[in-house]
Design a protein around this ligand. Structure first.
Ligand SMILES: C[S@@+](CC[C@H](N)C(=O)[O-])C[C@H]1O[C@@H](n2cnc3c(N)ncnc32)[C@H](O)[C@@H]1O
Length: 281
């Protein structure tokens, strides 16, 4: 099942989306452009702690160490890639379709003194141009929502060495139909020319996607309980930083959200989240 996306975004539209949202995200949420992972309702971790924790949850599954090469497909501004390299000793290549993100990621790597092991390139993760069998693992942290999943999985399988693994997260719709991305009222209210920046499949679709790509499914875990409240926390963080942001950047919060097309996005509080691990036979 896919969302009713009439117009898929081009890589330029995708870059514009993140370039509009990036400064607000950095100020309000931090340098990890992904969902937080909380241990439970009483967990009072900050967004920084919870997003770093989610990175660590994925790092455990990558199974890499010094001498390994990891592709971070859809790397944001590089914070997860630096954490992967820092905790495993592996070399990491991060790719994104936003030039702004590449520049910021390079700067973060330099500041962390890790440019020798962590580098960033402007590339489409569905067509990387990297040599076949040149990576030990692929990390795709909340990025496949923006891609055609079968195309992305085939490409990552191609660049992986045999036995290498893909570790990714995906966001999927949960039961509350009134607030889901599939709410027909919402869909019809959307301007026709505005592309969906993300598309969704169900949790149950994943084993088939993995098999069709010729990969072996090692793990499919529903972590919805751990991400509960993340989008409302993000919105609160945006509102908390509204004045500071508007003063610094000279644009209103509404203008940013509209430019990033979020004004037209579904209420994401009903989203679930999964971790998928697959190996190349
Ligand atoms: C939600 S952000 C996650 C960023 C990063 N993984 C993190 O956790 O901080 C999604 C990322 O996917 C990237 N992206 C979207 N479509 C892409 C594509 N076709 N190729 C490469 N990167 C893409 C965006 O530029 C953005 O960096």
């Amino acid at each position: 099942m896919t969302s009713p996306s009439a117009v898929p975004p081009t890589t330029h539209q995708m870059a514009d989306f993140y370039d509009a949202l990036g400064p607000l995200l950095r100020m309000a949420w931090g340098d990890n452009f992904h969902i937080g992972y909380w241990e439970g309702p009483s967990d009072r971790s900050s967004p920084q702690e919870a997003t770093d924790r989610f990175t660590d949850v994925l790092v455990e599954r990558l199974g890499v160490g010094a001498g390994c090469r990891v592709l971070d497909a859809g790397c944001g501004i590089g914070s997860p890639a630096l954490r992967v390299a820092g905790s495993t000793g592996a070399e990491v290549v991060g790719i994104t379709i936003s030039r702004q993100q590449v520049d910021q990621a390079v700067e973060l790597a330099e500041r962390a003194g890790m440019s020798d092991r962590v580098r960033f390139e402007l590339k489409d993760a569905m067509d990387t141009g990297f040599a076949a069998e040149s990576f030990d693992a692929v990390l795709a942290f909340e990025s496949i929502v923006h891609m055609d999943r079968p195309t992305a999985l085939r490409e990552w399988k191609r660049v992986l060495k045999p036995g290498g693994r893909i570790v990714l997260t995906d966001v999927f719709p949960v039961e509350d139909e009134s607030a889901s991305p599939f709410n027909p009222a919402f869909a019809s209210a959307r301007r026709a020319e505005v592309p969906d920046m993300a598309s969704f499949v169900t949790f149950e679709d994943w084993p088939g996607l993995v098999a069709d790509a010729g990969l072996r499914l090692e793990e499919l875990t529903d972590v919805t309980e751990n991400i509960k409240g993340t989008f409302s926390r993000m919105l609160d963080a945006f509102l908390d930083h509204r004045k500071e942001f508007e003063r610094k950047h000279g644009v209103t919060l509404e203008e940013v959200l509209d430019a990033a097309k979020l004004a037209n996005q579904a209420n994401p509080t009903s989203s679930g989240c999964l971790i998928m691990v697959a190996t190349k036979p």
